[in-house]
Design a protein around this ligand. Structure first.
Ligand SMILES: [Zn+2]
Length: 485
């Protein structure tokens, strides 16, 4: 395979990007790329650490005049998401990516490009393999399994890193400086079910919430889209106020980090209540359509009569507890940041409700860029759970990266950006986890920032990277390093 990026400048950035594109490096398959970087460092006589998670740390001294400058960590991840088109023949375990330049963009034929985060790797290699770029002492930190849960960063031994200034190059929009991310956790509330024989002369109905858009529970929670589980909680509260009913099952959503789009509840009511509950569903349908007309205009509620009624139903007490829990468990935006415009500061998403033989399970994903607010949401959920005799467990907790109003690194990048572009960069934060959260937890007193060149359609076979933007961000990075003395 020829070198299709040969003509592009800066030469070393594109050369190394092309080199690493030949090495398969899907998440969990980083041995080859990690070994390749060990050899790369050794050939340059640079100190290198390959840890048990296959993370790579390469150290390079400051250039002349920068010997005593503070150490800067240049950070990215080695792994990439492996996606290909259905008709593309490509083995992500052994084939090289087939790079292609089209206008101002680099693509890979039929597959993800791995510019997320190969660009960081290429920048880092070009810096390490430079003699004429002024820079402070560098620690290049390239992690593994970022895309599948930040496994490399989680297992990083902080002893291996000495610097306390970190530039992460895993952002995807030129002109934006990322300064904060959310931490999160998952909580599961388990309500034990007491089953009873179904009463006589009843009918069973299935109520369905349909037509919602859903979305990512972090990145799209600010769109105020309807949550099918929460809407079902309201419907059941309303019905419980109007008729004597029992629940057979409630189920909704499939992932705790997705805003649920659908929910189903099976209920039993006495035979003469059919028109009443149909009226109530129709009223709720109108209310939801009105409330959600901008975010979810296609919402619709359905009610179907079952041919035969189930023989087992929740006891009256379990029915009440299940409905009240579903109604009261917090969900949606909990607070907005007043430091960063439009940033959701804390949120929770009741993503999945499941009925099993033993229990009703309410599964939520909590996020917050301030740790104590995450704990507070959890305490609310715990209090509600305990009020109704349910138990709560938490798992998969990950730390936030809180905005630091005094960050010197941010101030420096803002200044360099203004000098270079003649305008202010946008300061942004995301309501989802990034590796910087884990570094904050591990290193405590560390100043961090994240930026990167324009990438499009990442994590899809249409992923492409802007060549001019790669050039701009490289120049920007060099200017930043030059000013850290
Ligand atoms: Zn990435």
């Amino acid at each position: 395979m020829g070198n299709v990026l040969k003509e592009l400048r800066p030469e070393k950035v594109f050369k190394y990007f092309e080199e690493i594109s030949k090495i398969p490096r899907g998440s969990g398959n980083e041995k080859a790329i990690s070994d390749y970087l060990v050899n790369f460092a050794k050939e340059l006589n640079l100190e290198v650490i390959q840890d048990s998670a296959l993370n790579i740390i390469i150290k390079k001294k400051g250039t002349k005049g920068y010997e005593n400058a503070p150490t800067v960590i240049i950070q990215g991840h080695l792994d990439m998401v492996c996606e290909k088109n259905i008709d593309t023949e490509h083995d992500f375990e052994k084939d090289a990516l087939k790079l292609r330049v089209e206008g101002n963009y680099i693509y890979a034929d039929g597959t993800t490009l791995g510019a997320d985060n190969g660009i960081a790797v290429a920048y880092a290699m070009a810096l390490l393999d430079s003699e004429d770029i002024p820079h402070p002492p560098l620690e290049v930190l390239l992690t593994t399994e970022e895309e599948t849960g930040m496994g490399g960063a989680t297992n990083l031994d902080p002893e291996n890193i000495k610097g306390r200034m970190l530039i992460n190059i895993d952002s995807e929009e030129e002109g934006k400086l990322l300064v904060s991310c959310a931490g999160g956790l998952r909580d599961k509330i388990k309500l034990p079910i007491v089953w009873e024989e179904s009463p006589k002369d009843v009918c069973e109905y299935v109520i369905k919430v349909r037509g919602l858009k859903g979305g990512h529970s972090g990145m799209e929670i600010n769109k105020e889209r309807g949550n099918s589980n929460k809407l079902m909680g309201r419907i059941l509260m309303d019905l419980m106020d109007n008729v004597d009913m029992r629940i057979v099952s409630i189920n909704g959503g499939s992932k705790n980090n997705a805003i649920p789009r659908e929910a189903d509840a099976k209920i039993i009511v006495s035979k003469d209540k059919e028109s009443l509950i149909k009226d109530r569903i129709s009223i709720m349908n109108d209310r939801f359509k009105n409330e959600l007309k901008a975010s979810d205009p296609n919402i619709n509620l359905q009610i179907e009569k079952a041919h035969i009624a189930s023989s087992k139903v929740f006891s009256k007490d379990t029915t009440e507890k299940a409905v009240k829990l579903m109604y009261l468990i917090p969900s949606g935006i909990q607070s907005m940041s007043m430091e960063i415009k439009d940033l959701v500061q804390s949120s929770t998403n009741l993503g999945v409700v499941t009925t099993t033989d033993k229990e009703v399970l309410f599964d939520s994903a909590v996020r917050s860029s301030i740790g104590s607010l995450k704990e507070d949401i959890l305490l609310q959920s715990k209090t509600i759970a305990e009020t109704f005799g349910a138990e709560i467990i938490t798992e998969s907790s990950y730390p936030e990266w809180q905005y630091d109003a005094d960050s010197n690194l941010r101030k420096l990048l803002q200044r360099v950006y203004e000098e270079k572009y003649g305008k202010e960069p946008e300061i942004v934060a995301i309501h989802a986890g990034v590796e910087c959260g884990l570094f904050k937890e591990k290193f405590g007193d560390i100043d961090m920032i994240s930026f990167g060149p324009n990438l499009y359609d990442v994590h899809t076979p249409n992923e492409h990277a802007s060549i001019p933007s790669i050039q701009n961000c490289w120049d920007f990075l060099l200017e930043v390093l030059k000013q850290i003395k």
